[in-house]
Ligand binder design. Sequence first.
Ligand code: APR
Length: 226
Amino acid sequence: MKITILTGAGVSAESGLGTFRDKGGVWTKYDLQEVATPQGFARDPEKVIDFYNMRRKNARGAKPNAAHFALARLQAEFRGEVELITQNVDSLHEAAGSTALHMHGAHGRARCMSCHAKWDAPLVMAVDDPCPTCGEATTRPDVVWFGETPHYLPEIATHLASADLFVAIGTSGTVYPAAGFVAEARGRGARTLEINLEPSNFADLFDDVILGPASETVPQWVDTLL
Ligand code: APR
């Protein structure tokens, strides 16, 4: 049996990292056009770099919660295959011991727009940081902005097509292509499960739903599988 799991900001909420669209969420405080688009970066790179410096600093002391640990246990102990895809740019799945495909990148990584090298970002990036490989001052956080193509789409398509069970955890189902994964997996024959605080935008595409805080619901669900 193969389980393909998509996580969103809700899985990290109880680690103290804010979500995007809930009350007080990141996009209620910042204009995403200004800080999370290539156009915003072209207009004011310092503002964008500062935004990710702030988020990187906020995430520095964050610890994985019971949901991250349960998913790591599932990956390690489940008799079938468990593929984890995350929209999150934090590193809490890895801190808990999971391997995850970061489709929206990672704010702990930097990349060069000239030579495409990638490296661990310093805690505070600067607009004129030189690339450690080619020396050009064309560096940016390795995050995927609105209007850009997410990472790992071919691998993800394979994991959706071959899943027996697709599970979405802590995501509102607002941002494509991730929002379309449930329809894709379902169309290829997977059973679908939503685990979220409240029903997402695509609640009717899920066969089953478990509502509640991820730190409680995810460990309980994992216990039923192991
Ligand atoms: N447990 C489970 N779910 C929770 C919890 C919790 N403790 N707290 C919040 N949630 C749910 C919310 O109900 C909501 O459905 O998590 C979801 C968070 O939704 P968003 O804030 O929209 O986050 P996400 O779906 O991950 O956003 C997708 O949008 O801007 C981008 O690139 C960013 O990757 C992000 C993408």
